[in-house]
Design a protein around this ligand. Structure first.
Ligand code: NAD
Ligand code: WQD
Length: 347
C-alpha cells in the first residue's frame, strides 16, 4: 500500500517510516520542517535502502494538499503532523488550534475527493485529563484534556467520529500514545528537540552528553513509591509497530472508527528513569529536586488490553532498552541532526 506519512520527518513519524518500508509499504512523506531537520531524510534512505520521497509544505495549505493527492495515488494516511508542546499551547493557543485542526481538515477533504479511506491519527493520553482512572481504558469518558494542545486532540477525535458517521467505508484509527521515548537501535535517528527539551527523556539525554549541567526533578512529594511521578514510557519502536499493526487491522475490519491506547501498561518513576539512564550511559546524571510542575499527575499509565486483543500488538521493550537506545542516538549525535548535510529535495 502507498502510505502518506504526514510529519514523517519528525520523531515518531521517522521511526514509523522505517517500519512501514520493512512491512512492504511504499511511503510518501509530507513535512513542513517546522520541527524537523531535512537531514533526517538521508538517514531514512540509508536505513530503508530506498529513496523516501518528501514534499516540504504546510498541510494547512489546502491547495497544495489537494495537488499532492491529485498527482499521487495514496492508499492510506498516517497523520503525525502537528504542534505538540503542552506549555507552548497555553501561550499560543490559536497557532495550535489552527495548525492541528486545519491540517487535519485539509487531509480529510483531499482524502474524500480522491477516494482514500484509511487514516491513522496520532492522538495522546493527554485527552483523558486529570480525573481518569489508572490504568486507563479507551472507553473512559468524558475526555477532559487540560491544555489547548490536548483539546486539539479531543476535537480532532470528535471530528473524525463525525466524518466517519457520514461514510461507512472509512477506516479510521485513533491511537492514543502514552510517553514515547527511545530511538532506532542503529542510533542514526532519534528525538531531536529544538531549544530546551520539554520532556524528561531528551532532557536527561542532553545532561548525559554534556549539553546541560543538570536535570530538575519536578517534585518528590507525590503519593508514589519514591515520591516522584510515574508515567507509561513506551519505546518509539514499539509505538511505530502499533501503527503498522493498525493499518493491517483496518484492511479487514468492519469498524469505521477504532481507538487504541499505545502504552506498556506499567508506570516508571522519574528517579527510576534517571537510574536506568545512568546504567545505560555509564555516568551519573546530576539532578536537583525542585517544586512540582503545574498540571502534572502523580501517576498515569495505560490499560493496553484492547490493542493486544484486537491488533495482536504489545509493547515489548524495557525501560533499560529505552535508555540504552536513547543514549546510543544522543552520544553518536550530540547535537541531533544539526551537523549533518541536508538531502537536496528536503526542507
Ligand atoms: P514532531 O514534532 O517530532 O513531529 C511532527 C512533525 O510534523 C514535525 O516534523 C513537524 O515539522 C511536522 N508538522 C507540524 N505541523 C505541520 C504542518 N502543518 N504541515 C506539515 N508538517 C507539519 O512530533 P512527534 O513527537 O513525532 O509527534 C507526532 C504526533 O504524535 C503529533 O501529532 C503529536 O501531537 C503526537 N503525540 C506525540 C507525543 C510525544 O510525546 N512525542 C505523545 C502523544 C502524541
Ligand atoms: C514526565 C515526568 C515530569 C521534565 C507529556 C505531555 C503529553 C504527551 C507526552 C503529547 C513528569 C517529570 C519532566 C523535567 C521532570 N505528549 N519531569 N523534569 O508530562 O507525562 O507528558 O509528554 O501528547 O501530552 O504532557 O511527560 O516527559 O514532560 O514528564 O522531573 O525536566 O518527568 O514532572 O513527572 P508528561 P514529560
Amino acid at each position: 500500500m502507498r502510505v502518506l506519512v504526514s510529519g514523517g520527518a519528525g520523531y515518531i513519524g521517522s521511526h514509523t517510516v522505517v517500519q512501514l518500508v520493512a512491512a512492504g509499504h511504499e511511503v510518501v512523506v509530507v513535512d513542513d520542517f517546522g520541527n524537523a531537520k531535512p537531514a533526517v531524510m538521508g538517514r531514512l534512505d540509508a536505513l530503508t535502502g530506498t529513496h523516501i520521497p518528501v514534499q516540504a509544505f504546510d498541510l494547512t495549505d489546502k491547495d497544495k494538499t489537494e495537488r499532492l493527492f491529485a498527482t499521487t495515488q495514496i492508499d492510506a494516511v498516517i497523520h503525525f503532523a502537528g504542534l505538540k508542546a503542552v506549555g507552548e499551547s497555553v501561550q499560543i493557543p490559536l497557532d495550535y488550534y489552527e495548525n492541528n485542526l486545519e491540517s487535519t481538515f485539509s487531509l480529510l477533504r483531499a482524502m474524500r475527493r480522491h477516494g482514500c479511506r484509511t487514516l491513522v491519527f496520532s492522538s495522546s493520553a493527554t485527552v483523558y485529563g486529570d480525573r481518569a482512572p489508572v490504568p486507563c481504558r479507551e472507553d473512559y469518558e468524558p475526555l477532559n484534556a487540560s491544555s489547548p494542545y490536548g483539546r486539539t486532540k479531543v476535537i480532532i477525535e470528535q471530528v473524525l467520529r463525525d466524518v466517519a458517521h457520514t461514510d461507512p467505508s472509512l477506516r479510521i484509527a485513533i491511537l492514543r500514545y502514552f510517553n514515547p521515548v527511545g530511538a532506532h537501535v542503529s542510533g542514526t535517528i532519534g528525538e531531536d528537540p529544538q531549544g530546551v527539551p520539554n520532556n524528561l527523556m531528551p532532557f536527561i539525554a542532553q545532561v548525559a552528553v554534556g549539553r546541560r549541567a543538570s536535570l530538575q526533578v519536578f517534585g518528590d512529594d507525590y503519593p508514589t513509591a519514591d515520591g516522584t511521578c510515574e508515567r507509561d514510557y513506551i519505546h518509539v519502536e514499539d509505538l511505530a509497530a502499533g501503527h503498522v499493526a493498525a493499518l493491517a487491522k483496518m484492511a479487514t475490519s468492519d469498524a469505521t472508527v477504532s481507538t487504541w491506547n499505545l502504552g506498556t501498561g506499567t508506570g516508571t518513576s522519574v528517579l527510576q528513569v534517571i537510574s536506568a539512564f545512568e546504567q545505560a550511559a555509564g555516568r551519573p546524571i546530576p539532578y536537583q529536586v525542585v517544586a512540582r510542575r503545574a498540571g502534572d499527575l502523580p501517576a498515569f499509565w495505560a490499560d493496553p488490553t484492547r490493542a493486544h486483543e484486537e491488533l495482536g500488538w504489545r509493547a515489548t521493550r524495557t525501560i533499560e532498552e529505552m535508555c540504552a537506545d536513547t543514549w546510543r542516538w544522543q552520544s553518536a549525535n550530540p547535537h541531533g541532526y544539526e551537523d549533518l548535510p541536508d538531502r537536496d529535495d528536503a526542507g
